[in-house]
Each structure stands twice: as structure tokens, then as C-alpha cells.
Design a protein around this ligand. Sequence first.
Ligand code: GDP
Length: 455
Amino acid sequence: MNFDTIAAISTGLIPGGIGIVRVSGDKAVAVCEPLVRLKKLSLSQAKANHLYYGQIADQNGVIDEALIAVLRAPHSYTAEDTVELQCHGGPFVLQKVLDAVLKAGARLAEPGEFTKRAFLNGRLDLSEAEAVMDLISAGSELARETALKQLQGKNSALIRRLRAGILEKTAFLEAALDDPEHYELTDYEKEAEPFIQDLIREIEGLLKTADDGKVLVEGIRTAIIGRPNVGKSSFMNCLLGYERAIVTQIPGTTRDTIEESFRFQDLVLRLLDTAGIRESADVVEKIGIDRALEAVKEADLVLLIADGSETLSEEDEALLALCEGKTRLMLLNKSDLGLKEDPAALEARYGCPCYGISAKNGSGLEAVLEKIRTLFRLSEIRQQPLLVTNLRHKELLREALTSLEYAEKTLQSHAPEDLLTIDLMDAYRALGRILGEEVEEDLVNEIFSKFCMGK
Ligand code: GDP
């Protein structure tokens, strides 16, 4: 395809050892040529895939010393001619180099535009392109592994295999309908039914990984609720201060909230509304129940904390009822003071796993984390060859599944075969959209607009 030449800082704006200004498009070399001073040759004479030491300069003088690489189409990230200017990684220097490149005729790239070009130029399919951003934002081992597999085309290969099967069956049907003299359709149902049922089973399996995988890759949204003074914030601090835990602050889904994400090995918990928990007790008392309700609604996991040094109160029971139906754990805190209730007995009474813990000295925490790993079947999920984590893919898989279920019904009701081909082709097209076939331009733009600058 023919596009204009774009440029951006590809390494972010935090000072670092090296920062890269990337230029891509037919005129990438021509745009950079007057700015790049190499020792013995001009930029257009530079060999592809080699690094050259040189200077970046404009009419006012030298801006930086850099290593410069030229990548020739189609052997570059975008599949276009690309120049990479590897400068010193300071925001000011990089901005000045970028300004010079823009002045020389490039256009500032939109977020994700390099990857969008890789897609439009056919180097990546849409699912692979989407994986690029997943890999960049991966915050856990499982997220990284999953994104990398998708980027390497493992998900796409599976979708292509399913589509090839559907196409073959549809082609046979179409041929037989067009040319009944040479094609026999009498035994067709016997053969088509197991084929469709296998497809349905396979897509259902993928959808199941979508439900499990998304939670684990993005982090289990965890609500910590409990009466005032039971030790919610102490528990949270204990969790966040836990040995080997890696804590990051991420903006919450509701405005003005801060979420903290807690990572322990392959377990990632996103603690919902941590600001709310940390507020002083009287504020919590006033708005506590609303806030707890809100957090519970959003949560994949509820940790209900009670004061284990006292017997369970009516309020504790009310909170327990509040999170009925959710994946939940009751934690009897302050076990260092001696537990008044027996966790096993409570578990039997309320049907909610119950653990004695001490936020003060950390005892019992390991068992709680282990239980969470089991509840979310973490080990089992990590063994899956493929995880679908993208919401768009999940919706399209559902669409394909619905069409295949129609196809199965059509077959079972002995309706005319041409109805069957319609259902099968609907499934085929839904799967194709995962790879980016027949998707609208608006959708493509929306997907890439969520990318970071320079990617
Ligand atoms: P919150 O209102 O639920 O957030 O409760 P806090 O975390 O503020 O704790 C209330 C009080 O209980 C504080 O005085 C804590 O020091 C105390 N506390 C919290 N956890 C423990 C614990 O495991 N053992 C003991 N002995 N005291 C605790």
C-alpha cells in the first residue's frame, strides 16, 4: 500500500540510555538523508540492516550523535522502508531530533500507527497486531506468555485451521447443489453432523479459556470488605508488603479511585478501591456499605475480613450475604490474639472457605494465596496450549458458535442444504474478523488508537 512517511519517538519519554526516533514510509530515507551525516557515505547509500555511527544535524548544527539503521521494505516492522535513529535517550534530545525529521517532511505518527501499517501491509494479521500491545502492557508471566503466543500467530493458526475446515465443507455443498449429477448428498448429514459438533466443541473450549484467561491475565479484581476495625487496611498493607510481592498503582475503573495490583509469582490481584479502604474509619462507616456493594459488584473475588478475636457479628453475616454467589473467602483476622470461631465450622455453616490469619504477623497468608490459586485454577490454566484474552475475539467466537449451532439445527431438521451453507459461511466470516478480514476501517482505527505512541 502507499502511505505517507511517519515518524515518532518509539522509546517513550522517560530518560534512558538510548532513545529511538523511528521513521517509516516510502520517503523515510529521503526525509532523513539531509539530517544524517555518516563518515563515508550518504544515508541512501547505506546498506540495509547495518548500524552506522553518525551525527544528526539540522541547519543550526549537530543535535546528537547516533547509531543509524536503514531497513528496507518489506523487511521491517511496518514492511515499509524504515530509518531508526538511535539517539541518546533524553526527552529533550529526542524531541529535537523528531522535530527536525518532521520539518524535513515526515508526519507525526498517530498512536499505534507503525503497527497499523504492519497490519495494513499484511505483515501481521489483526490478532497478531493486537498482541503487540498486550505484550507491551503484560504485567505478569502468564500475560507475557499469552501475548507472545498470539503475536507468534498461534491463535491465528488455530482460527485458520477452523476456517479451512468450514470452507472445505461449504465448497463441497455448493458444488453438490450446483451439480447434483456429479455429487452425492445422500450421506451428507451423517458426515456433516459430527464435523459441526467437533467445531462447536472446539470453539466452546476456546471460549472457556477466554473466561478463565482474561481474569488471570489482567489480574483478579479483588474486593476487600469488612466492618470497620477488623483490619482491612492492615491486611492490605500486609499483602502489599509481602515478601517478593510486586506492587504497582493503576488507575481504577471508577473515577478518582486508585487500584493497587499485587503480584505473587503467577498470581495477580487487583485490589479494588484501595483509596476507599485507606480512608479514616468514620468516613468508611458513613459510606462503607455502598462502597462495599460497589466493589463487590465489580469483583472477581471477594475477601471478607472479620475480627477473629471476637465471635461473628450480624454485620459480618450481612456482608457474607452481600457477596453470596461470588467467589469469596472469609478471613478471620487477628489470629495472633486467639480465634473465637473455628474456621472449619464456619466454612461448613456458611459454605464459604474460611481461614484464620493475622495481618499483624502475616500468618495464614500463604494458605490464603494458595487457596486463591486453586479457586481460579491457575495451574490448570497455565497448561492450556492457548488462551483467548481479547474481548473482541471472544465476541466473534461467540458469534461463530451461534452460527454453528444454527447449522446443527438446520441439519437436524433436514432443511434445505443451502440454508446450511449460509450458517457455515456466517461462522467462517465471524472467525475471519478475528484475523482482520472484512473489518471496518473505524474498528481498525479504534483498535490502534489504544496503542502507545511510537509503536
Ligand atoms: P480497618 O478499619 O478494617 O481498615 O482496620 P485497620 O487495619 O485500621 O485495623 C484496626 C485495628 O486492628 C488497628 O489497631 C490494627 O493495628 C489492629 N489490627 C489489624 N490487624 C491485626 C492483627 O492481625 N492482629 C492484631 N492483634 N491487631 C490487628
